[in-house]
Write a protein that binds this ligand. Structure first.
Ligand SMILES: [Zn+2]
Length: 289
């Protein structure tokens, strides 16, 4: 069902797992991964140490249809499922064992609203932070699981399972990883960002012979809360991704008149005007530094 490619160096090293198209309409991962696989096949790149597993397209049916998912978001409830009920349940059963066996994960995504690339990390002082600093991206965000727990009306146990994506699942088995959002879905630059991150990953873990990696500094933002879209809810301004908003700024209004405003200086993360009702509309975060 899934095409999986593996390359192994002659010397011991990390096992890196690189995933693309967990969401079917995010093409930069598959395109960049395919380019890198071709470079291994042509011997332009030679893996000296460790092992890399590539899954260019994690959701093949959604990818073929250029949609985010078929039945449900594959990057939620990323847990093995005894009795698969829907298409994505079958996929998690193939992807989870790969996550269990990897030391490091680079999960490549793109997003709907325009804006710069950024990285989801687990925590501001986690093992993944120095690695993430080397991927060449300016913003890192964390607190994704808490954002779901903090959401209004969410039941915490279900919320935690819902917040279980690829990186959270891998972490339970001792590995660590990041989710890289390479930019807008159709931005050709997103493919460049993805390919550079893959190559930097190999250099960071000393898997290739050759040039040393330049260190990069990224700003770290803690996500506080996720907001879901409702019927007739509206943004009170046109927000950009990572836009900073001072304390007291009114962000959005729900149909009952309730206004969402920020209680401290904050950032708006991934505001999406045309979010379907009931889905993630935007996140609020604050600087961790
Ligand atoms: Zn995605």
């Amino acid at each position: 069902m899934l095409n999986i490619y593996q390359f192994e160096g002659e010397e011991k090293g990390e096992h890196v797992l690189i995933l693309g198209a967990i969401h079917g309409d995010e093409v930069c991962g598959p395109l960049a991964i395919t380019k890198v696989i071709e470079r291994f096949v042509s011997k332009e790149l030679v893996l000296q140490r460790g092992k890399v597993t590539f899954v260019p397209v994690c959701n093949p049916s959604a990818y073929t249809q250029n949609i985010r998912y078929v039945d449900r978001n594959l990057n939620r409830f990323m847990i093995p499922i005894d009795t698969p009920k829907v298409y994505e349940d079958c996929l998690t059963n193939v992807i989870c064992p790969l996550l269990e066996s990897a030391d490091v994960l680079l999960d490549i995504h793109s997003y709907h609203v325009g804006g710069a690339p950024f990285i989801f990390i687990e925590q501001p002082n986690g093992k993944e932070v120095p690695y993430a600093q080397c991927l060449g991206v300016n913003h890192m965000v964390y607190g994704f699981q808490n954002a779901y727990v903090n959401a209004d009306g969410a039941v915490s146990e279900d919320a935690l399972k819902e917040g279980m994506g690829t990186t959270e699942y891998l972490r339970q088995f001792g590995g660590y990883g990041v989710t890289l959002e390479c930019g807008q879905h159709k931005d050709p630059e997103s493919i460049v960002v993805a390919e550079r991150a893959i190559e930097n990953t190999f250099q960071y873990f000393n898997m290739l012979d050759g040039c040393a990696l330049k260190k990069h500094t990224s700003q770290i933002i803690e996500i506080q809360k996720v907001y879901y879209n409702e019927e007739n809810a509206e943004f009170l301004e046109e927000w950009c991704n990572f836009q900073s908003v001072p304390k007291g700024t009114e962000i959005a209004r729900y149909s009952g008149g309730e206004v969402v405003s920020v209680q401290e200086d904050s950032y708006i993360i991934l505001p999406r005007k045309d979010t379907p009702v009931g889905e993630e509309w935007f996140y609020i975060g604050r600087s961790a530094a």
